[in-house]
Structure formats: structure tokens, C-alpha cells
Design a protein around this ligand. Structure first.
Ligand SMILES: NC(=O)c1ccc[n+]([C@@H]2O[C@H](COP(=O)([O-])OP(=O)(O)OC[C@H]3O[C@@H](n4cnc5c(N)ncnc54)[C@H](OP(=O)(O)O)[C@@H]3O)[C@@H](O)[C@H]2O)c1
Length: 312
């Protein structure tokens, strides 16, 4: 099969098309013919070696943590059948930038009606991050105030909509060029971080989700309710230090480490079917254009998501 492979850590030019064998199907796994693979910032961090202590150092390596495609082969006892349209977030091992991938059945979900393969591939990792992060510190209650920093990005644009779907009053933070986009996602209030510092407003929040990890717990403490939660996507030493200095422990800080889950993905699929969620695919690339796609995700300027489309 054709795959986009790296043979060493480095820049986007390390991504090369290579012929490799179709992966074997392990116990409880389903072989999927990949139609589209989502691109996430974690992919370039694995590619350049900055995550080698978590993601491993073996080569050749096929990147890609998000796929959408069609079941090619499954166990007789599997709940999935050949021909089913499915999507999934894969484990940190990746393998999505290829014509076939073997996926644990518990990570898979059927693609909701009306979603294209590109849209489905753009969804799992980012939407699961948003969904699992917003659960931290307890479920959102109707009327809760939730602020999403980085509301125009992959994770953030799902977080705005999921918080809305759960009944929250949502404030999205983004730059000037994305304010209309974030308003269209359903945000009740939009703060332009180019002109306003969202940590200096009078309103307080039950949850502050720093989807792009560009702020900090110490800055956001002032805009958190007494029992409020700050959740970030990237932990840093400061987070743990300020957490330990937070003697009263009324305001909490935590970080999300997203986990693949077919069950959580089904909840996200239901939001799509109920018309409560949409995904913005800013650009589709071919497998051969993988290096260009990586250059784009590294800019940190993507609106929504980008994907590799293997079959159009
Ligand atoms: N821990 C986990 O499990 C986990 C899971 C998923 C992602 N992550 C991490 O979370 C981060 C975000 O992921 P993502 O997929 O959402 O990234 P992304 O799609 O690449 O984010 C791009 C967006 O970030 C916005 N942005 C850039 N600088 C900003 C700033 N200073 N303030 C507010 N918004 C800003 C940009 O909007 P503007 O152009 O308007 O600034 C753009 O729309 C990445 O570092 C990723 O590695 C962690």
C-alpha cells in the first residue's frame, strides 16, 4: 500500500511517499481502507522529534492520528461489517497517513449521516479533546459560563459548539479575522485578543478552556468563578506550581490528555445528527502534498481543520 512515511525526525521534507505492507489485523481490530486522514499539531510534534519520549523513536513511521474510511475486513463477531463507513482517533502510534490502517474496534464509530469523508477525518482527535476537556471538573450545567481561548482552531471550534450544545453561555476568544467565524459557530460573545485582553474583563466563568494553551492559570484566575476550572491542552511547570500555591484550592487548574474512545465519538456523532455540530475543513491536500499540509498546520493559523484526502 501507499503511505506517507518518515524515516528520521526533522522538517516537513522528511515526509515521503513509500510502498509498505498492509498492516496485519490484531485481535479486536478492524482493517479500514482510509479515504481521508485528519492533520493535527501533534503530528508535526511527532515528526520533528519533540514528542519522542512519549511517541517513540522507531522508523519507518507512518504519522496520522485521525482517519475516516470504509471497513475492509472485520471479525465475524465484530459489530462492524465490510463496507461500513467509519471514523476514529488512533492511538499515539498513528498510522493514519496510509491507504489502510488497522484500528481497535473500541476506537471506531460509524460516520454520521451527511458528513463527507474529509469532514469525518477532520473530527475525532480535536472534537474528543474538546468534549473530554469540557467534562473536567464536572459536566456543564445549563447557564454555566464557558470561555474558550483559541476558538477558531481545530479543538476550539468544536469546544464552542459542544459547550453551546450542553447549554452554556459561551465566550470565544480569537483574532480579528476570525470573529465572524466564531460568531457563526454559535458563540454568545466573541473577544478579539488583538484589541482586548480577555483576562481583564469583569465577567467570571465556571470553565475557562485554554484550547491553544496561550494563556495561563495565573492570568485566568481573575476571571474564574470561586469554584471555577481552568483547563489547558499543554501542561507546563507553571501550571503545577500555581496549582500547589493555590492554598484555598477553590479555583482548579488541570490539563487534558485526550484518549481515543468510540463511545465518546458516538456522542459527537449524535451532536452532528442533531444539527448541533459542524466541522470547518479549511483545506484538503492529497497524500503527495503532506509536506505542504504540515507547513500549514505549523503556522498555528488554521481556521478549523485541514485533512489529507486519499480518495476524492
Ligand atoms: N493534550 C491533548 O490531548 C491535546 C489534544 C489536542 C490538541 N492539543 C494541543 O492543543 C493545541 C491546539 O490544537 P488545535 O488543533 O486547536 O490547533 P490549531 O488548529 O493549529 O490552532 C490554530 C488556531 O489557533 C489560534 N491561535 C493562535 N494563536 C492564538 C492566540 N495567541 N490566542 C488565541 N488563539 C490563537 C488561531 O487563530 P487566530 O489566527 O485567530 O489566532 C488558529 O485558528 C496544540 O498545541 C495541540 O498540540 C493537545
Amino acid at each position: 500500500m501507499k503511505a506517507l512515511v518518515i524515516n528520521q525526525f526533522g522538517g516537513p521534507e522528511q515526509l515521503r511517499i513509500q510502498e509498505t505492507s498492509i498492516p496485519g489485523r490484531g485481535r479486536g481490530e478492524v482493517l479500514v481502507r482510509v479515504h481521508a486522514a485528519g492533520i493535527n499539531p501533534v503530528d508535526f510534534k511527532i515528526r520533528n522529534g519533540s514528542l519522542k519520549f512519549i511517541a517513540g523513536k522507531s522508523f519507518p513511521r507512518i504519522l496520522g492520528g485521525d482517519i475516516a474510511g470504509v471497513v475492509e475486513q472485520a471479525d465475524e463477531k465484530s459489530e462492524f461489517r465490510t463496507g461500513d463507513k467509519v471514523f476514529a482517533m488512533l492511538s499515539i502510534k498513528g498510522g493514519g497517513y496510509a491507504e489502510f490502517v488497522s484500528v481497535k474496534e473500541r476506537q471506531l464509530c460509524r460516520i454520521p449521516e451527511g458528513l463527507t469523508m474529509a469532514e469525518a477525518a477532520a473530527t475525532p482527535l480535536a472534537a474528543l479533546t474538546a468534549y473530554q476537556a469540557l467534562k473536567k471538573g464536572g459536566d456543564i450545567k445549563p447557564g454555566d459560563r464557558v470561555l474558550v481561548n483559541g476558538a477558531s482552531g481545530g479543538v476550539g471550534h468544536f469546544a464552542v459548539q459542544i459547550a453551546k450544545a450542553q447549554g452554556a453561555y459561551v465566550t470565544g476568544v480569537c483574532s480579528t479575522r476570525n470573529t465572524e467565524f466564531v460568531r457563526d459557530l454559535g458563540a454568545d460573545q466573541v473577544i478579539d485578543y488583538i484589541t482586548d485582553d480577555f483576562t481583564r474583563q469583569k465577567t467570571t466563568y465556571n470553565k475557562v478552556f485554554d484550547a491553544v494553551a496561550k494563556s495561563s492559570f495565573i492570568k485566568c484566575r481573575k476571571i474564574m468563578d470561586k469554584e471555577g476550572n481552568y483547563i489547558t491542552t499543554l501542561p507546563n511547570k507553571g501550571l503545577f506550581l500555581f496549582q500547589s500555591l493555590n492554598f484555598t484550592r477553590d479555583k482548579k487548574a488541570g490539563f487534558i490528555m485526550v484518549k481515543p474512545s468510540g463511545g465518546d465519538l458516538q456522542i459527537i456523532a449524535d451532536y452532528f445528527e442533531e444539527g448541533k455540530l459542524k466541522v470547518n475543513v479549511q483545506k484538503e491536500f492529497s497524500l503527495e502534498e503532506g509536506a505542504q499540509a504540515h507547513k500549514m498546520i505549523e503556522t498555528e493559523r488554521v481556521r478549523g481543520k485541514i485533512v489529507l484526502s486519499l480518495i476524492r
